[in-house]
Design a protein around this ligand. Structure first.
Ligand SMILES: [Zn+2]
Length: 257
């Protein structure tokens, strides 16, 4: 039977048995095998793969493998620019939009605070999550590998960290979010982009102290909630500064400059 050599990169190794991780391993197949079939037999969902090199050439999932081939498999590269290679995704999501699994509520709020489109409800079913990812082209964030292995999902990412602040740094690094933040532009409650409103339009809804102390307001066109730079604002600014600093440190540590 023909034998090819397969090597998985980065977090794709998590999907392999311990003894095969981070080194090339032989893959035996009967007759002929496509790249997709090979990945499937190795337990790797194509939704997690962005680049496949067959003997050093980038190929699609339908490329056929032969005896002695070398297959290198890379995960979804949101944080790198694969200019010279063929991406397997038709439309790289430069400004990523997310849908988050039900256990990632705080991360969803943090992403919204930074201005990112982060669809979340604490009662989404798996089918609704998969539907939002597939139909709206969103990246599904989850800690559940089985959910991310569903074939309908084009882009998924397994969140490893448990603490929401660290999750934010992890996702921020993975999807290169540091340069495209737009803080305090999205409603925490309904994920809709806020609109600036003149003070006189919202005066009647403001507590007296706020009326005296603040002049800039934004309103959510969805739920009508009004936002101003109140007592939580400074804490959130600190959280954002923290985020930007950590993302930079992670980049340098990863050798990305
Ligand atoms: Zn709202």
């Amino acid at each position: 039977m023909p034998v090819a050599t397969v090597r998985l990169y980065a977090e794709l190794n998590d999907l392999l048995p311990q003894e095969l991780r981070y080194s090339p391993f032989p893959h035996t197949f009967e007759g002929s095998s496509s790249v997709a079939e090979c990945l499937s037999r190795c337990g790797v969902s194509s939704s997690l793969v962005d680049l496949v090199l067959l003997n050093g050439e980038s190929v699609g999932f339908d490329a056929m493998m032969r005896e002695g081939d070398r297959l290198s498999v890379y995960p979804v590269f949101e944080s790198f620019d694969i200019r010279r290679e063929q991406r397997l995704r038709p439309n790289p999501l430069r400004v990523a939009r997310f849908v988050l699994d039900v256990h990632l509520g705080k991360l969803a709020l943090h992403l919204r605070m930074l201005g990112f489109d982060a669809l979340y409800r604490n009662d989404f079913s798996d089918d609704e999550l998969v539907g939002a990812a597939a139909i709206e082209g969103r990246v599904l964030l989850s800690r559940d590998r089985r959910l991310l292995a569903r074939p309908e999902i084009m882009r998924g990412y397994v969140v490893r960290e448990k603490d929401p602040r660290l999750q934010l740094v992890e996702v921020g690094h993975r999807f290169d979010l540091g340069s495209s933040i737009s803080p305090f532009t999205r409603c925490f409650r309904c994920n809709i982009v806020l609109t600036a409103v003149p003070k006189e339009d919202v005066l009647e809804f403001l507590p007296p102290k706020v009326r005296q102390s603040f002049d800039e307001f934004r309103r959510c066109p969805g739920c009508g909630r009004i936002y101003w730079k109140g007592s939580h604002y400074q804490r959130m600014v600190e959280l954002i500064d923290d985020f930007l600093r950590c993302v930079k440190i992670v980049r340098v540590a990863a050798g990305e400059g």
